[in-house]
Write a protein that binds this ligand. Structure first.
Ligand SMILES: O=C1O[C@H]([C@@H](O)CO)C(O)=C1O
Length: 441
């Protein structure tokens, strides 16, 4: 859970020398979004690993570039009984929001990334529309939105045209989606030159869509298509893996499981144990490629909620094409199914489609093979499925997991390995623990 303790940052990859981006902009901002708890991360881990289970709850603040407020909502300035004086920022306080200073009639690129531990977010800028042009480092067919959903692990570029009255400033607001929010919106200001940055916007901050308006989320997510000319997926797959996502119990402890296995990472890193053939370093039996879909009702809590721990891996033949269908289901409590953003290491995948209910073989006919977006994170909606396709062309061992930190801690992930014998020398630091601690390459 290091991410929720603050271990994150952004890497911006520029286009190669001599290449041009397929859009123009005059300036850019980097907005790295995260969530923040007052309880320290070790206590959170203990709570999550306890029986009875104690959930970490919703974050106390949403942070923009590491800065946020608590008990001092800037929006309070707009309520009639607010003690306005408490909330004045000079701009140099640690928690003062980073203000976006812009010039009128220009185009700005906002690079927005979410490294939240839990929260799904929605970002809106009062009075302005945004044009989405890039998702997870891949260009998309530009489309215009009033607000943008972003799940943990995702990143977007949007173009913002500063075409509003420049004698005013405008709120940028970020609120929680997908879980009943108990966290105030994060706020900052779009400041037009030459207006003073301390002049407060005259209109209210944009209101986040209702947390459970999943149609709003789906309509955004399903508007994302690859830019024309982007690499297309292979027409067929060599293997299909269906991963049922369930909240389960292992020996009375609350866990998340994939095809009834809750991932517990071994103490020896996989790469070294596979390369050196250390067969006892992790379960040699592969986890299943499917679940008992004929007899499992995804709309109800499981009849038998018990699962087991495991750390076996999916070994994928090198250079083959794999479809993964992520199947959501009901959690332990009745009528609860949550959002999970799944993130793949080492590859981009094409998002071929989303569906409601249980995935059936005939759903494959509806896959988008024409212009599916290439991404590294894809969300599953409550009681729905999401299908992704990737080519296993990157030798190594790769995690594929729910990017919600407490969920991964509770076992919500799988491990893929491909072409490990092609991996060259493994750096010593990557072998420094477990059974490979004394291995020389
Ligand atoms: O993993 C989770 O546990 C809680 C809840 O299901 C049990 O308290 C919650 O909201 C999660 O996302």
């Amino acid at each position: 859970m290091q991410r929720s303790a603050g271990l994150y940052g952004s890497l911006i990859v520029d286009v190669a020398d001599g290449e041009k981006e397929p859009f123009h902009y005059d300036g850019e901002f980097n907005l790295l979004l995260s969530d923040w708890w007052h309880q320290n991360v070790h206590d959170q881990e203990v709570s999550l690993s306890s029986n009875p289970f104690r959930w970490i709850g919703e974050p106390q603040s949403i942070l923009i570039n590491g800065r946020g407020q608590f008990n001092c909502s800037m929006a309070a300035k707009f309520s009639s009984n607010s003690s306005v004086s408490q909330c004045k920022f000079r701009g140099n306080e640690q928690c003062a929001p980073q203000i976006l200073h812009v010039r009128p009639n220009k185009i700005y690129r906002l690079r927005i990334a979410s490294s939240t531990a839990l929260a799904s977010l929605n970002l809106a800028i009062a009075g302005h529309k945004m044009v989405v042009v890039e998702a997870d480092g891949n260009y998309v067919q530009p489309f215009e939105v009033n607000d943008l959903d972003i799940y943990s692990g995702e990143s977007y570029s949007v173009l913002l045209r500063t075409d509003q009255i420049p004698s005013k400033n405008y709120w940028i607001s970020i609120g929680v989606r997908g879980r009943e929010p108990k966290t105030p919106q994060a706020l900052t200001i779009l400041n037009y030159f030459p207006t003073s940055a301390s002049k407060l916007p005259t209109s209210q901050p944009p209101i986040t869509p209702p947390w459970n308006d999943y149609n709003h989320s789906k309509s955004f997510t399903k508007s994302i298509f690859a830019l024309m000319g982007s690499p297309k997926p292979p027409k067929n797959h060599d293997r299909r893996i269906i991963l049922l996502n369930t909240q389960t119990k292992v020996n009375g402890f609350t866990k998340w499981s994939i095809n009834n296995i809750s991932l517990t990472l071994p103490s020896t890193p996989y790469l070294g144990s596979i390369k050196f053939g250390l067969n006892h370093a992790f379960d040699q039996k592969s986890p299943p490629d499917n679940y008992d879909s004929n007899n499992y009702d995804i709309f109800k809590p499981a009849l038998n909620p018990n699962s087991s721990y495991g750390n076996g891996i999916y070994t994928i033949n090198f250079n083959t094409t794999v479809d993964v269908v992520l199947q959501n289901a009901n959690a332990l409590a009745k009528d609860v199914s949550e959002i999970h953003p799944w993130h793949l290491h080492g590859h981009d995948f094409w998002v071929l489609g989303y569906g409601e209910g249980k995935f059936r073989d005939e759903d494959e006919k509806k896959f988008n093979l024409k212009n599916p977006p290439l991404r590294n994170t894809a969300v599953i909606f409550p009681y729905g499925w999401t299908a992704v396709r990737f080519v296993a062309d990157n030798p190594g061992v790769w995690a594929f997991h729910c990017h919600i930190e407490p969920h991964l801690h509770m076992g919500m992930g799988v491990v893929f390995a491909e072409g490990v014998h092609r991996v060259g020398q493994i750096p010593k630091a990557a072998l420094a623990c477990g059974l490979t601690g004394n291995k020389q390459n």
